[in-house]
Design a protein around this ligand. Structure first.
Ligand SMILES: [Fe+2]
Ligand SMILES: [Fe+2]
Length: 134
């Protein structure tokens, strides 16, 4: 079980695409850890890595939208906030043993990311590119 990165994930902005790929890599790392039955401790560490990198990416993306005057940032940002909260909740539940990392979580993370990139991130591409973003 792994998310396959291909061209269909790319939105055409170099840094953003690299960051999205990194997020896919971390989710796959989680899938791997899950498959090889790593301890909760290890899984929690990967979730922490996902949490940290997701925040980093969202901050970068939001700063870019702001820099290029993308007005829909106001609608985009709460979606990021909600996802960060979701990852935080997962981590907490994994840490206190109330849930384990499983296919459901893996699928949720992969589906959310793909849906967000294709449905939401793609919306700012033309606007920021027209203003010079690469
Ligand atoms: Fe986004
Ligand atoms: Fe993004």
């Amino acid at each position: 079980m792994a998310i396959i990165w291909d061209k269909s994930w790319e939105i055409g902005l170099k840094d953003i695409d690299a960051q999205h790929k990194q997020l896919v890599d971390i989710i796959n790392e989680l899938g791997e850890a899950m498959k090889s039955r790593k301890t909760n401790d290890v899984l929690s560490k990967v979730l922490k890595e996902l949490d940290d990198y997701t925040r980093k990416h969202f901050a970068f993306e939001e700063a870019m939208m702001k820099r290029f005057g993308y007005e829909d940032l106001v609608a985009h940002k709460p979606l990021h906030t909600k996802f960060i909260q979701q990852i935080k909740d997962f981590r907490q539940q994994v840490d206190d043993g109330s849930i384990s990392v499983g296919v459901k979580m893996f699928n949720f993370l992969g589906d959310w990311l793909r849906g967000h990139i294709r449905g939401t991130d793609t919306q700012y591409v033309e606007v920021v590119k027209a203003k010079g973003a690469k």
